[in-house]
Design a protein around this ligand. Sequence first.
Ligand code: AMP
Ligand code: MG
Length: 346
Amino acid sequence: MYYDWKEKTNTEELRVVCNLIRNGEIVIFPTETVYGIGANALDASAVGKIFVAKGRPSDNPLIVHLADKRKIKDIAEDVTEVEQKLIDNFMPGPFTLILKRKPIIPDIVTGGLNTVGIRIPENIIARGIITYSGVPIAAPSANISGKPSGTNIEDIRKELEGKVSAIVDGGQTSIGLESTVVKVVDEIPVILRPGKVTPEDIDKVIGNVKIDKNIFRKINMNETIESPGMKYRHYAPETSCKLVYCEDELDQIFYLKKYIKEYKGDVVVIGFDEHKDKLFLEDKRFISIGKKDDLDGFARNIFSNLREADKMKPYKILIEGVKKEGLGYAIMNRLIRTCEHDMFIL
Ligand code: AMP
Ligand code: MG
């Protein structure tokens, strides 16, 4: 079933959706980061349906969503002082904390790890569904595994309609990138996946932060790493993509032009408004990611822009990169995975 709650949550339908969750079905719903496919996190067979719908590898753990900080102690234990400070400062919000799990969480949720990722979304629809379902909800991003995350219902319906019991439409998600994932190791917060909550934000609160070395590295399938999800191909359309980033703006335009020529113009460029006229492309070969200084806009639209470029089936999608600072960390992390390391960085 499709439910349109763009204007307002329908309480009658909310009851139906929450009953589906309680009865072991899976449901697509919006959060402020991206859309999720949710199931009762305490029901292993319900969670199994998520892995089937997405084609997700079983060692890639799911984040468990709660509506209330007081519920954290039901599923996690031994919360340290640093962890509590992170909870107090960043929850609810686009922030996932990896904590020691309680046995009540089934193995299928955590990929067998002794930890569990916990997030409290801010989005009002997500909070309503979690609250009235009365159970923690395991929910990965709403997309086929390896594809860009779903940030609007049109994209999601094409990919997942018929594979879930309900789809709740809350409009385009406001952030557009998945949550920042953090694990505290030896009292230092380590960012396993960058997101809207930046290293700078965390450093301000804790006075210390590290960024996991795997964030910008290609990971081999047989490696064991802290965040298993990082080793899989991610965020990738069918068309091959190339990331172009130069610290100097003139260089960036020079190399974009060079690659456009090299690929005989059979490209779609996902680029900044300011660069459009300099690239001499037909309108249909240029998708705007907005103005250079609007990283929030870049993040919000990146996955839908990738899908749009993919529909045109060019030989190559060229994507402009950004500086690795603030939200730029998260954007570059996703783009590097998208481009499978076909990058030109100067
Ligand atoms: P997604 O649900 O698609 O947003 O992906 C969830 C991400 O969180 C993946 O990259 C996982 O590797 C990471 N994650 C979830 N639970 C854990 C955990 N217990 N330990 C480390 N990483 C986790
Ligand atoms: Mg995902």
